[in-house]
Design a protein around this ligand. Structure first.
Ligand code: SAH
Length: 386
């Protein structure tokens, strides 16, 4: 028998407003174990079914408004719907996100496909309780050769879940070769960041492949993807990262692709940008894709100072007419703060900077308007007028 849990009027209103998370203080005390529960209002009116995480501040994550049995078929149905929404990607890339958690109506579940393999993350205690059903559903819908669980994401600590990287069904290889709009690269599902790659920047990388020109600079290159896309059109590319291991992978990725020469340089982005500016260097195309500088709300002021510094220097390095693509993946720095930071950087740069386009994460990372947490990546295409 599925347990029943009551929520406050505030909790019920939140779900009505389209947000699936109900916090601890809006859930009546329960001894029910982690997993699916029925949820009612204080009045006893049925509201839906949710994943219960007994130790988490996010106590409930709504899955349905219906009272149907949630077995492997139900999970397979939701995953199949998510897959169908990605059908436009077929032939363009062999690496994409099949399920983006709340954005696909499957809170705390991430499923990424890399060629014949799947890398998944179960990010709540409620979901972890249904691991077997979820894995069965992945097998049914995606028929991968093997599934790896990258359950080493630190958010699992809030759920009192262990951090682990586990082969769920057969063994996923240490490296998988995939492609993205004509660019080939290796993904390292066990050791790479996130589930192995930054799939969320795909659309922005593809855009850069179309408009890169002249001398290009890729700052925070990781395993070289923006650089390799730009090398299709630019005459030379300088790509920078502080991680020697990431650059080693980038070099190997370079060997899989033709294109203009790329110089892979190890270094600190802040120092490098300062040195390039001091030397009076100019670039026609620049990418700035830093890691999240603001991991918490209290880190916002320092993060904004960091973002402003690198953007200001990149703007000064632009040749007249040159393009800068700049991004921030800090959830806590929203669109408005990001644009204000860019305005301040532009003002201080002494250049006339045109905002051509504001972008976000790739379409396989859907951002629900009612769930702000599903969106985190902001990008801007800027051009120096003179
Ligand atoms: N553009 C990449 C993703 C970048 S992730 C892609 O599309 O796949 C951010 C990268 O910034 C990581 O590789 C990390 O090693 C690097 N990094 C972090 N701090 C840095 C610093 N101060 N200087 C240079 N690189 C840095």
């Amino acid at each position: 028998m599925t347990a029943t849990v009551a929520v406050t009027a505030r909790g019920a209103a939140r779900w009505r407003a389209g947000h699936p998370w109900i916090y601890r203080t809006d859930v009546s005390p329960t001894r029910a174990p982690a997993g699916v529960v029925r949820v009612t209002a204080g009045s006893g009116r049925f509201l839906g079914q949710a994943l219960l995480s007994p130790a988490s501040e996010i106590r409930l994550r709504f899955l349905t408004r219906e009272d149907a049995a949630l077995g492997p078929d139900w999970w397979a149905g939701r995953i199949a719907s998510a897959l169908a929404r990605r059908s436009g990607l077929s032939g363009r890339t062999s690496a994409f996100r099949v399920v983006h958690g709340e954005g696909d109506g499957l809170p705390s579940l991430v499923i990424d496909r890399y060629g014949d393999y799947v890398v998944a993350q179960l990010l709540s205690a409620g979901l972890e309780a249904h691991r077997a059903d979820v894995l069965e559903a992945i097998g049914t819908v995606l028929a991968p050769k093997a599934v790896l669980l990258r359950n080493d994401a630190s958010v699992r600590r809030h759920e009192r879940l262990p951090l682990a990287i586990e082969d769920a069904a057969s063994r996923v290889p240490d490296e998988i070769e995939v492609f993205e709009d004509g660019i080939r690269f290796f993904v390292f599902p066990r050791t790479g960041q996130k589930t192995g790659a930054f799939l969320d920047q795909r659309d922005n990388r593809v855009r850069l492949q179309g408009l890169a020109a002249g001398r290009a600079l890729d700052v925070f290159t990781y395993q070289g993807l923006f650089a390799l896309h730009m090398a299709r059109r630019a005459s030379t590319v300088l790509a920078v990262d502080s991680s020697a291991a990431a650059l080693e992978a980038a070099r190997r990725n370079g060997g899989l692709n033709s294109g203009s020469p790329v110089e892979w340089r190890e270094g600190n982005a802040f120092d490098l940008l300062r040195a390039l500016e001091r030397d009076g260097q100019r670039f026609d195309t620049i990418v700035l894709d830093p890691p999240a500088f603001a991991k918490t709300r209290s880190a916002i002021p320092r993060a904004l100072a960091g973002y402003k510094e690198i953007n200001l220097r990149a703007m000064r390095l632009l040749a007249p007419g040159g393009t800068l693509f700049t991004a921030s993946c800090s959830f806590h720095v929203g669109r408005e703060l990001f644009l204000r930071m860019l305005a301040e950087a532009a003002a201080d740069s002494g250049r006339s900077i045109v905002l051509c386009e504001i972008t976000g994460q790739a379409a396989d990372h859907p951002e629900l308007v009612t769930v702000p947490e599903t969106g985190y990546l902001k990008g801007a295409f800027l051009v120096a007028r003179d």
